[in-house]
Design a protein around this ligand. Structure first.
Ligand code: PHE
Ligand code: ZN
Length: 906
């Protein structure tokens, strides 16, 4: 059977306003897992601003029983899966439409529309899931008022939730009951939600700054109530933060979060009824790590912030997705930074965010799925929930924030809401509001050019070079920008690139300097300046530069670009030791490590032995000493030290290479780790002993930083024990594993044993499984740890195949599938890229298998081979064959079809 075979791409340029509006929707659900009946009564009216057209309602996998117009039967036709009403009354009077359909939630393995997870009903409608619930104009610019009645068996489904306020509830015959909900806000259908099942709630009443009372609820399965405290605290902090920073209050009497263990994504911002993956709700110290706690805080914040940026103002069409996602990621990043508090903790958050951007988004921008922040076309919108839309989109908003300043940005946000509250708008509307609120700013002067960030894909490369004139005491910094072609975009025009710059002396002191304007007039003296690069090549002259400077460029990572400057090793060591900008200080260390790694990878004299190891010493003494100074530094935070001491990932290093031999990259990076473990042995031991936390568990930045540092120290000490045969540190790790008072420490110890390949690892893994066999999220960690463990001689793939036979493995559950399959295919390059191509074969089989169950999850997995063209032979040919094997299937979903077609295109 050809599935969705005829699908054509949707083009942004084809946007047309809808021919009909839907003003009100009244939905009645008779909930039954096998066959749910949906009665949809809508009041629709013609859009007087566009030529008259038939009403064409979207539907997908629905069984249609009846259609009535103004209370009477009517003619209709089916066009594919759409329901078309051609003979509706003319004129501007509203039309009452009644549509009766059924669907089968229990068979819904795509987890889009109405589905059942562990006996509870959930919905997921973004982007186009509402059409799987009823016939509708399933597009975000059609906003309606919703009334929803839920009817279900009272014992099986005691809790009945939908958006808005509960206005009525009561008993029905046959042990059934009902609840009626009215949402006081107009909304697009992608924000509709319902939940029905056996759930319990943690509740919290709050009073907002304006004096209004609200009820906050976090709904979970009965056993999970004690894991909801952190989510609730995060929600309260989110409400307070949006009021304080952006003057945006909670606009609902009641705000609910519900957790489900079957979810394609992280969470969903349905109006007043957020639905979350359990991974981003449930936490206690025994089951969740510090990283989980931090993720919960940021995802709870993210979904809550959507209530304004996304829900009150939504997207005109799905090409504008970054309007809500980029802005909301920016907001959740700022939220986490503001909560973190200290400058150092803010920098740690910024580094973590940039690391994701550079590792994953830069790779996306360089590969076959590269697309602008506002794409021009798509086959399947689900494929465009990407790091480009989210993370690069957030960087675009951050650049606006940088160009207009914190106050200016707040003014811009206020103007954005003043103009567009209650409407479905575009990325242009947002940028215009920020610019208009800041007349005279660099943003408003160059708005059209700035918006190339929305239209042009690809990561700009900025090459910097500097000339010091000792006699004139000037320093001329020249910046050149280029951007490589991306699919469909051979030529790029220059971007507006804000570059924060400071100049250090060779001894590492800040130099106070002045920037000369075009007329040669000196600006105000400062230690750091924001330059705005707008031309392909531009020079900036600083005066008062007495000493040949070490430039600190792109401080705080003010733009999503790849910056190159020919630093001497000494200059990088100076920046690492002294830069006042914490981001660039970290970056200098990364650049040093990257140079060493790339040097070794490209040096044919560096030989990988048959056992995969490298015998030569690759680390220069100066690098080791610099790392030692950071590790032993008296004032730097532990969290920051942990970031500096982590080598760039294999994926990141691979992106810096023209052609990638993944096994060589793996071998070199492992050798570097091994050598760093040996060279700093005493320092790692010191770090482990001196950063133990004995007090009550708190996931704050300081204590979690200490745990992160002890964790990496233990990993390094166990790694070194491989070389020396030492039994002490693996023994300590095993003891630490057994004694751990929290999941962060327990996981760190287990990971140290597993990743060093120590014989104690299997005992520890078995104990871990026995301890947590009823905790799904912890089992995910257990699976993921093994599937992403360090490969030494190809043992991981057979282990992964074994894991898939484990009784706890479930392909249908996205979290579990990700924990094994994605951890291996996307998270473990050293194990996945095998000379025998068995990793690729495994990948193709899983993509095909998953596609029959859940196309969205399958399409994400399909992207694991995006960068195949960069691979050296024989990997390249083998990877191509694997992709072709998937593409040859006649019955692929649009989701997977789009990914593999793009991957194979030249
Ligand atoms: N809109 C959700 C978010 O960013 C993500 C999501 C998209 C969830 C599609 C489910 C389906 O928070
Ligand atoms: Zn979002």
């Amino acid at each position: 059977m050809l599935r969705e075979g005829q699908a054509k791409p949707t083009q942004r340029a084809d946007y047309q306003a809808p021919a009909w509006w839907i003003d009100t929707v009244d939905l009645t659900f008779d909930l039954d897992p096998a066959k749910t009946r949906v009665l949809n009564r809508m009041r629709v009216r013609r859009n007087p601003d566009v030529p008259a057209k038939a009403l064409r309602l979207d539907g997908d996998e629905l069984n249609l029983a009846r259609v009535m117009v103004n209370g009477e039967g009517c003619s209709f036709k089916m066009d594919g899966s759409a329901l078309v009403l051609e003979n509706l009354p003319t004129g501007e009077d509203p039309v009452e439409l009644e549509i009766f359909t059924t669907c089968a939630p229990v068979k819904n393995t795509k987890l889009m529309g109405l589905y059942v997870s562990e006996g509870t009903f959930f919905t997921q409608c973004e982007a186009e899931g509402f059409r799987r619930i009823t016939y509708f104009l399933d597009r975000p610019d059609v906003m309606a008022m919703y009334t929803v009645t839920l009817r279900a068996d009272k014992a099986q489904f005691p809790v009945l939730l939908s958006n808005g306020n509960l206005v009525d509830s009561g008993e029905l015959a046959d042990n059934r009951h009902f609840a009626k909900w009215v949402d006081p806000h107009r909304k697009p259908c992608y924000l509709f939600a319902l939940v029905a099942g056996q759930l319990v709630a943690r509740e919290q009443r709050i009073t907002s700054r304006g004096g209004k009372d609200h009820l906050l609820q976090v709904y979970v399965r009965p056993g999970d109530l004690e894991k909801t405290e952190h989510a609730m605290n995060s929600l309260m902090a989110s409400v307070a933060w949006d009021e304080a920073r952006f003057n945006l209050p909670l606009d609902l009497d009641r705000f609910m979060i519900v957790a489900t263990s079957d979810f394609n994504m992280g969470a969903m911002e349905n109006k007043g009824l957020n639905i979350f993956n359990t991974k981003y709700v449930l936490a206690n110290q025994a089951t969740a790590t510090d990283v989980d706690y931090a993720n919960i805080e940021s995802v709870v914040g993210h979904e809550y912030f959507h209530n304004w940026t996304g829900n009150r103002i939504t997207c005109r069409d799905w090409f504008q997705l970054s309007l809500k996602e980029g802005l909301t990621v920016f907001r959740d990043q700022e939220f986490s930074m503001d909560l973190a508090g200290t400058p150092s903790a803010r920098a740690v958050k910024r580094i973590e965010d940039v690391r994701v951007l550079r590792t994953v988004q830069f790779a996306e921008d360089a590969g076959p799925m590269a697309h602008p922040v506002r794409p021009d076309s798509y086959l399947e919108i689900n494929n465009f929930y990407t790091v480009t839309i989210y993370e690069k989109g957030a960087e675009v908003v951050r650049m606006m924030h940088t160009l207009v300043g914190r106050e200016g940005f707040a003014k811009g946000m206020a103007l954005y809401f003043e103009r567009h509250d209650g409407h479905a708008v575009t990325c242009d509307d947002f940028a215009q509001a920020i610019a208009d609120a800041n007349p005279g700013s660099e943003l408003s002067q160059r708005l059209e050019q700035f918006k190339r960030w929305y239209s042009q894909a690809g990561t700009p490369q900025v090459a910097a070079s500097g000339v010091h004139d000792a006699a004139a005491q000037t320093y001329t910094l020249t910046l050149r920008q280029t951007c490589a072609p991306t699919p469909g975009q051979p030529e790029k025009l220059p971007f507006v690139i804000p570059v924060e710059v400071g100049l250090l002396t060779e001894g590492g002191q800040a130099q106070t300097v002045q920037l000369l304007d075009a007329a040669g007039m000196a600006g105000s003296p400062s230690a750091s300046r924001l330059l705005v690069l707008t031309e392909a090549e531009q020079s900036f002259v600083f005066s008062g530069v007495s000493e040949a400077p070490v430039p600190s460029l792109l401080r705080g990572f003010t733009a999503p670009v790849a910056l190159q400057f020919a630093y001497s090793e000494d200059a990088l060591l100076t920046l690492l030791a002294q830069d006042s900008d914490a981001f660039n200080r970290w970056e200098a260390g990364q650049q040093l490590a990257q140079r060493i790694a790339l040097g070794a990878i490209n040096n044919p004299a560096v030989v990988v032995q048959a056992n995969g190891e490298i015998a030569q010493d690759l680390l220069p003494a100066a690098f080791v000493e610099a790392m030692r100074s950071v590790l032993r530094h008296p004032t730097l935070d532990a969290a920051y030290k942990e970031l500096v001491l982590s080598l760039p990932s294999e994926s990141y290093l691979s992106e810096q290479l023209e052609m990638v031999d993944p096994q060589r990259v793996h071998a070199v990076r492992e050798a570097l780790r091994q050598q760093l473990a040996a060279a700093l042995h005493g320092d790692w031991a010191w770090a482990w002993e001196n950063h133990q936390d004995s007090g009550a568990y708190k996931p704050d930045p300081i204590s979690s930083g200490r745990r992160a540092l002890t964790g990496v120290a233990l990993t390094m000490l166990c790694l070194d024990a491989r070389r020396t045969g030492d039994a002490i540190w693996p023994g300590r790790a095993f003891q630490a594993f057994k004694d751990a008072a929290n999941m962060t420490d327990r996981m760190a110890a287990l990971s140290a044993l597993v990743n060093s390949g120590h014989p104690l690892a299997s005992d520890a893994l078995a104990r871990f499984h026995a301890l947590f066999k009823t905790e799904a999220l912890v089992l995910d960690k257990w699976f993921a740890l093994q599937a992403s463990a360090t490969d030494r001689g190809g043992q991981i793939l057979p282990a992964v195949k074994q894991l898939m036979k484990h009784p706890d493995f479930q392909l249908q559950n996205p979290n579990r599938a990700r924990s094994v399959i994605f951890s291996f295919c996307s998270g473990n390059p050293g194990a996945f890229h095998r000379l025998d191509a068995a990793g690729y074969l495994f990948w193709s089989e899983r993509v095909i298998e998953l596609d029959a169950i859940n196309p969205q999850v399958a399409a994400r997995l399909a992207r694991a081979l995006d960068r195949w063209k960069k691979l050296a032979e024989p990997y390249r040919t083998a990877a191509r064959e694997a992709i072709a094997r998937v593409a040859a299937r006649p019955d692929l979903s649009n989701d997977v079809r789009e990914v593999v077609t793009r991957a194979l295109a030249d």
